[in-house]
Design a protein around this ligand. Structure first.
Ligand SMILES: *Cc1c(COP(=O)(O)O)cnc(C)c1O
Length: 428
């Protein structure tokens, strides 16, 4: 029988992990089980989860309702092709998504992952302008510090400096970039920023299909919060210059910012909306691209069809998980629950503000961020968190929490204490 060490040795030899080296892999921990907000390792240690497994496991692990929904679907059928067939889990999920997102969004395309839902969004925009007799509109504008995924078109609209542009410069589509929206959820609007976008639109609108942005919070590109009013103004500019507005809510969707969607902090509606991550409560991989009738019927004008169709489109197990997750979400009062989480995180993280190593502490909804002055070394910092019994995975200068919504105040306090201790030991 293989021991845990045997498994870890095989892992090191055989498996890629996200953004890792094959010759100098960072440490990985063998997980035995997980329940609620606790992850148990093969050596018996238990970690409090501050990450929701990349922001997806909002109801915690091993939730009985989630497990039951997937098991029930399993006894019906686990998959059928979506070409020529349809099924209740997908139809019910589409109905729910349409009901909970802004009114104008009426049509749903399911795919397997967030990155693919972004590819789908970009293709929708290009195909739309094609049928409108504007085939030159094939490029996208996005703000710097954005993150939209790791596939090629998604990479092309990620931050051009922090992202992977330099590695793939000849292979990537050359998109247009503007500055990131000025930081601060409550900061007043700086009209210079809108002028910058206007100038890009004025010069290039003939080639611009859409503007893609993470509404209210730029996530993996820097955990930056900004004033939602920029998005209201952006909508006006997009309409003036015939540019489709695409919101990537893969990270912010399903309550993370304290409203059901980050879009709910605005008074407008995007033309296309990408959802993923927490869509299935983190139980299965699934993403969705929603759009309005203008785009959907525009693409279909004159016999046109939308040219995308993944093998596992609308996977019934994943849709069943998503339906169960949305039912659970429905049972929470999101604003109340997430505001409470925000307060707990503020209290737990604010002491870090006193530390010499820290540049800024900020919280919005279920997101708590401690921004350091210098980048951390993941290889050395990760084991320190594990030794303290918490699962926190920083990147760059950012140590942050995006815990499951069901987490207790006590666990948030323990996470905050661990972050304080680890940060206080960082070099100044
Ligand atoms: C995670 C993320 C993606 C990519 O989703 P994957 O499922 O990892 O492909 C895209 N956009 C945003 C905003 C994300 O946070």
């Amino acid at each position: 029988m293989k021991t845990s060490d045997d498994y870890l040795a095989l892992d090191k030899q055989l498996l890629w992990h996200p953004y890792t080296s094959m010759s100098h892999p960072s440490p990985h921990y063998l997980v035995e089980s997980a329940a609620g907000c606790s992850i148990t390792l093969s050596d018996g240690r238990t970690l409090i989860d501050g990450m929701s497994s990349w922001w997806s496991v909002v109801h915690g692990y091993n939730h009985p309702d989630m497990n039951q929904a997937i098991q029930t679907q399993l006894t019906q059928f686990s998959h059928v092709m979506f070409g020529g067939f349809t099924h209740k889990p997908a139809i019910e999920l589409a109905e729910k998504l349409i009901a909970m997102t802004p009114n104008m969004l009426q049509r749903v395309f399911f795919s397997d992952s967030g990155s693919v839902s972004v590819e789908v969004a970009l293709k929708m925009a290009i195909q739309y302008w094609n049928t409108q007799g504007k085939p030159t509109k094939q490029f996208f504008v996005s703000p710097k510090s954005g993150y939209h995924g790791d596939t090629f078109a998604a990479m092309s609209v990620c931050d051009p400096d922090n992202g992977m542009h330099s590695l793939f410069s000849h292979a990537l589509i050359q998109q247009l970039f503007v500055s990131p929206p000025p930081a601060g959820f409550n900061e007043p609007i700086n009209t210079d920023y809108l002028d910058e976008i206007r100038t890009v639109f004025e010069q290039h609108h003939d080639s611009i299909a859409g503007f893609i942005i993470e509404p209210v919070v730029q996530n993996a590109g820097g955990m930056r919060f900004y004033n939602p009013e920029y998005l209201n103004q952006l909508r006006v500019l997009c309409d003036e210059f015939d540019v489709l507005l695409i919101f990537d809510e893969i990270a912010t969707g399903f309550g993370r910012t304290g409203k059901p969607f980050a879009t709910d902090h605005t008074t407008i509606c995007p033309d296309i909306l990408c959802l993923g991550k927490a869509l299935t409560g983190g139980y299965m991989t699934l993403a969705a691209t929603l759009t309005n009738d203008k785009v959907a019927l525009g693409i279909s004008h004159d016999g046109g069809v939308f040219m995308h169709g993944p093998t596992f489109m609308g996977n019934p197990l994943a849709c069943a998980a998503a339906n169960a997750s949305l039912t659970l979400l429905d049972g929470y009062d999101i604003p109340e629950k997430i505001t409470q989480l925000e307060t707990w995180m503020k209290n737990a993280l604010m002491p870090c503000q006193q530390l010499e190593q820290v540049k800024d502490v900020r919280c919005l909804g279920g997101i708590g961020v401690v921004e350091l002055k210098k980048p951390v070394d993941l290889q050395t910092i990760q084991p320190k968190f594990v030794d303290l019994g918490v699962w926190v995975r920083p990147f760059g200068k950012l140590i942050y929490l995006m815990p499951p919504y069901i987490i207790s105040q006590e666990h948030i306090q323990l996470l905050g204490k661990a972050i304080y201790q680890v940060v206080s030991e960082e070099a100044i």
